[in-house]
Design a protein around this ligand. Structure first.
Ligand SMILES: [Zn+2]
Length: 144
């Protein structure tokens, strides 16, 4: 599993405006994806390494007929520590996304369907819903 040490090595210190432009940029979400998933923003500020896997996960949701389950986009880039821990969250490098947070709170039993989770895991993400302290809303890149 990717951790903050891996991210520091590859991307450097998060939240540095002088260097983050080298690996984070604005992804203009394709129109057909926005049309199928109205909860998704039109533009997402995210890691360049996240773009292709995220697009694949979203297309999996569409082609597998699960669009009604994509209820809320709850963010990608946010420089902060992991909840309840001292190390940086992978959101700090914009290689993690949160969806359907209201129904999949940190520490609570996730309500996300296995089929929806598989759209992301098939596209190269790890899911926080299987962690000892579950983070059901959370998906992060399996490798960088
Ligand atoms: Zn998260």
């Amino acid at each position: 599993m990717v951790n903050s040490t891996d991210c520091l090595r590859k991307y450097g210190t998060p939240g540095n405006p002088k260097t983050e432009g080298k690996f984070i940029s604005i992804w203009d979400v394709p129109d057909d994806i926005n049309a199928a998933l109205p909860a998704l923003p039109n533009r997402i500020y995210c890691n360049n390494d996240l773009r292709q896997p995220l697009e694949q996960a979203l297309r999996n949701i569409i082609t597998r007929g699960l669009t009604a389950q994509f209820k809320a986009w709850d963010g990608c880039y946010q420089v902060r520590n992991k909840r309840g821990q001292g190390s940086a969250s992978l959101h700090s490098w914009a290689i993690a996304v949160d969806i359907n947070a209201a129904w999949n709170r940190f520490g609570a039993t996730p309500t996300m369907s296995a089929a929806l989770v598989k759209c992301f895991t098939d596209a190269g993400f790890d899911w926080g819903g299987v962690w000892a302290k579950p983070d059901g809303m959370h998906f992060q890149l399996r490798s960088i």
